[in-house]
Design a protein. Structure first.
Length: 451
């Protein structure tokens, strides 16, 4: 009978025999609970960029620069992600994955509530964008903690032969959160409200829904039992029965012993995170601003493409469970370098909805080589005592510099008359990551996971 071993320093007790029906139910319950908590956080995050056209009009004075301003605040929110990753990642490695993930959901929903009730620029002037910035910073901190906690949790509840598949549901929920936000926009625009109502007050509805979902976070936390690899504190040790370092355990100090792994995590993320935000957030806005499609067309195209993208994640992850992580990363790296410029250049010159849809799907098929397995690869780089922090902090730092600024950089290039430079910028960043994919060791058989 295959069993999951505890990390080094344990008493030797083993948990969760992998072939027992009770074990399967426990794993499925944990995966569903963790995924739903992650989904709430990412839905609450994505309603900001999805409703950015309405936020720009509500929080900034009239002018061509207001879309740039709302994108700038979105980018500044990413600055807080490393801080949130450090605080909540440390907490997750000392006290457990599930309480850290629940805390991140609460923080995200608080940001939603602030935006939902904030007066507009017409009502309070310059104070309105300031409050919007505060909410974006809170949400950024939340997401920084959510990524590491959920990544560690999903990789730890997995069986060794399906670790990629289990972990891929982190990005399934990320994409589903964006898809739900996009569908809600479509419902509000075309079914429930008039354009005037949506701009006047209807844009607050998705943020109120995000705030209301906070209550479910506590219930979901009860379904996320400690994993065999979880944590490094007396509290978790008491719950799952193995000895761990005491309260003096410092995940950050321990993380500094893994500088090579931190560098690898940053290197493999640079191109992937920029490509992800380019082909999801920026692409959707470009369908309206650059291609000239109607908002309804852009929403339908994005929704259909994101649905396909979401289904690709577990499929690519299963491939990685069979042939390894590196070949899948190389799929993204090589094709990303070769086809990013042609795809984005074609987007800038097309005015056809079907062509735009096919371009978006092609881009997302390529980037799936990164998104489907980046969570499991980072989790396999780090031991249990620093896994949440090691997975989350390098990612948050890299996303803050490259991913969160994708939208802003694209519109900045356009504002200075050099829109054609942006595809080359994305390609250059993917090219930086490509040598990492080529020369990094295969992580599928990581010694940090025992099975």
């Amino acid at each position: 009978m295959t069993q999951i071993s505890l990390p080094s320093g344990s008493t030797g007790r083993r948990l969760w025999p992998s072939k027992e029906s009770g074990d399967l139910r426990r794993r499925l319950t944990a995966v569903i609970s963790g995924s739903l908590a992650n989904l709430i956080a990412w839905y609450a995050f994505y309603i900001y960029p999805v409703f950015s056209l309405y936020l720009a009009k509500a929080f900034f004075p009239a002018g061509d620069a207001r879309l740039l301003h709302v994108a700038g605040i979105f980018a500044l929110g990413f600055v807080m992600r490393p801080i949130g990753s450090w605080l909540l990642g440390t907490y997750a490695d000392r006290r457990g994955r599930s309480p850290a993930l629940v805390m991140s959901v609460m923080l995200m929903c608080l940001g939603c509530l602030i935006i939902a009730i904030c007066p507009t620029y017409a009502q309070i002037g310059e104070l309105a964008p300031t409050i919007l910035l505060v909410a974006a910073l809170l949400q950024g901190a939340s997401l920084g903690g959510s990524y590491g906690s959920s990544s560690a949790f999903l990789s730890e509840v997995a069986t060794s032969n399906l670790r990629g598949f289990y972990s891929s549901f982190s990005f399934v929920t990320i994409i589903l959160g964006q898809l739900l936000a996009t569908i809600l926009l479509l419902m509000l625009e075309k079914v429930l409200l008039t354009p005037e109502q949506l701009q006047a007050w209807g844009w607050r509805i998705p943020f109120l829904i995000g705030a209301a979902l906070a209550a479910s976070g506590f219930a979901l936390g009860r379904g996320m039992k400690p994993t065999a690899d979880a944590g490094a504190s007396r509290k978790i040790g008491a719950e799952i029965g193995f000895k761990t370092p005491g309260t003096g355990h410092s995940p950050m100090r321990e993380l500094m012993k893994h500088k090579r792994e931190v560098a690898l995590a940053i290197g493999l993320t640079i191109g992937g995170t920029l490509a992800f935000y380019t082909f999801t957030v920026y692409f959707q806005e470009a369908l309206v601003v650059t291609v000239g499609l109607r908002p309804l067309q852009a929403t339908l195209i994005s929704s259909a493409a994101l649905a396909i993208f979401m289904l690709l994640q577990p499929l690519f992850a299963l491939v990685s469970d069979t042939i390894g992580r590196r070949p899948v990363l190389l799929w993204f790296g090589v094709l990303g370098v070769l086809f990013t410029v042609p795809i984005l250049t074609a987007l800038q010159h097309t005015r056809d909805a079907l062509t735009a849809f096919l371009l978006m799907v092609a881009a997302l098929v390529i980037v799936s080589g990164y998104t489907s397995i980046n969570v499991v690869v980072k989790s396999e780089l780090f031991p249990a005592g620093v896994r949440a922090l090691g997975t989350g902090l390098p990612y948050a730092l890299t996303v803050a510099v490259f991913g969160g600024t994708a939208d802003y950089v694209a519109f900045w290039f356009k504002s200075i008359g050099h829109q054609s430079w942006f595809p080359w910028y994305v390609t250059a960043c993917i090219l930086v990551s490509l040598p990492v994919y080529i020369f990094m060791r295969e992580t599928r058989f990581s010694s940090h996971f025992k099975a």
